[in-house]
Design a binder for this molecule. Structure first.
Ligand SMILES: C[S@@+](CC[C@H](N)C(=O)[O-])C[C@H]1O[C@@H](n2cnc3c(N)ncnc32)[C@H](O)[C@@H]1O
Ligand SMILES: [Zn+2]
Length: 394
């Protein structure tokens, strides 16, 4: 048993309080806790809350009672899994970690928060997941670095109607800084341009979709985003061969012209060799997910059900704004443009964000800001239409 007294500090997240080890945030810390992942955890709590409520409602109509099982497979201090039990409507939460000091701390934090129905294990994540075929309703994969080697066992453990949540902090390979590493880990070619984070996130989504499809489970993303140094995906997985086949129709490629900034989704690689706008050779990235990155009706329910008691909390306000933006942009399934980069490529002066948004709207285009960058817009206007709108000073 760890003596936490002078080694630890107390923090509050959501409706729970925790003891954590103080110090730098390093992998080698006795127990890893990253305060910068608070947004990730806050979002996970409310997304899981919405999903567990939806699933329970579905089972009620079928007159079935079935406990909701969640697994925090890399639990560290327990901060995530304990919040899932207390704030997200889960009946049983498994907390697993390979580090015995972490597991002891997680157990102490469970006592501190007076929560029951937690089951602890000290196993390698793949070993843990291999014991739960088709039986966990929410699997959270939050490792150090790449989640790639855990996706298969997570996919296998998912129940017939379930949710998988995946964090990846290996954004450098996924975003094209290390293309060989991306190909090794994800079997995909990244891009290293203005849209590199969106391409990286979509590569990760594609790999999660492939992993669940190996078990005839269809991948249906409800929320995917990039924040600071990590990507995060939440997707519903539903058992069924036809649904899975249909879901895989959303696997494709992106084409990108480094000269004029043309960009588009492709259903097959090499189906486009030269840019349709400027005839220069284009680059392609993928395979990756080309469907919507998030499900706006699902996100609307998440946002509608915000706990009003917490609405004064600055973390909640930040999360609300962030999710609202992600919801709005997910309605426009086109690759975003970074306006600064686009104007540089086409020798244009950079327009004011609000003015170009209004201009495009007045011309009947869909347009929104993007959470990927404050200088980006997502629109169905093509390169020529965007250039004309930027040049038009009326
Ligand atoms: C990024 S931290 C998890 C943070 C935690 N989910 C949170 O929100 O605070 C990764 C954790 O995974 C554990 N870990 C690393 N490799 C593992 C493996 N193969 N199986 C299980 N746990 C592992 C580490 O001990 C560490 O506690
Ligand atoms: Zn071009």
């Amino acid at each position: 048993m760890i003596l936490m007294a002078d080694k630890s500090q107390k923090i509050i997240e959501g409706k729970c309080s925790f003891r954590i080890y103080s110090g730098d945030i390093k992998k080698s810390d006795s127990v890893f806790y990253n305060p910068l992942m608070r947004l990730n955890r806050d979002i996970s709590v409310i997304v899981l809350n919405e999903f567990s409520a939806q699933k329970n409602k579905l089972l009620e109509t079928k007159d079935k009672v079935h406990p909701f099982f969640a697994a925090d497979v890399f639990c560290a201090s327990g901060v995530r899994g304990i919040r899932y039990r207390k704030e997200s409507g889960c009946d049983v939460v498994y907390l697993n970690d390979l580090n015995p000091t972490a597991l002891d701390l997680a157990k102490e934090n469970a006592i501190l928060n007076d929560v029951d129905s937690l089951e602890f294990s000290l196993l390698d994540a793949n070993e843990f997941l291999s014991g739960y075929k088709d039986s966990i309703d929410f699997v959270d994969i939050d490792p150090f670095g790449s989640p790639n080697i855990f996706l298969d066992s997570a996919a296998r453990a998912l129940s017939r109607y379930s949710m998988i949540a995946v964090t990846a902090t290996d954004t450098a390979p996924l975003s094209g800084t290390y293309p060989k590493a991306c190909f090794r880990k994800y079997g995909a070619r990244p891009l290293h341009h203005d849209i590199m984070h969106e391409v990286g996130l979509r590569i990760l989504m594609g790999q999660v979709a492939f992993a669940v499809s190996r078990y005839d489970k269809a991948f249906m993303p409800v929320l995917s985003f990039s924040d600071q140094h990590y990507f995060r995906i939440f997707a519903i997985a539903t058992k069924g061969k036809t649904k899975t086949d249909n879901s895989l129709k959303n696997i494709g490629y992106v084409a990108y012209c480094t000269h004029c900034g043309f960009r588009t989704f492709l259903s097959s690689d090499k189906s486009l060799i030269t840019c349709p706008k400027c005839s220069k050779t284009i680059q392609t990235g993928g395979p990756l997910w080309i469907g919507s990155m998030s499900d706006s009706p699902f996100l609307k329910s998440v946002l509608d059900n915000f706990d009003s008691e917490l609405s004064e909390d600055k973390n909640v306000v930040k999360m609300y704004k962030f999710l609202n933006l992600v919801m709005e942009e997910s309605k426009i399934n086109y690759l975003f443009y970074d306006l600064h980069d686009f104007c540089k490529k086409n020798s244009l002066s950079i327009p004011k964000m609000d003015i170009i948004i209004e201009k495009l709207k007045s011309l009947g285009f869909s347009v929104s800001k993007t959470h990927f960058t404050p200088t980006g817009i997502r629109t169905d206007a093509d390169v020529t239409e965007l250039i004309l709108s930027i040049q038009d000073k009326k």
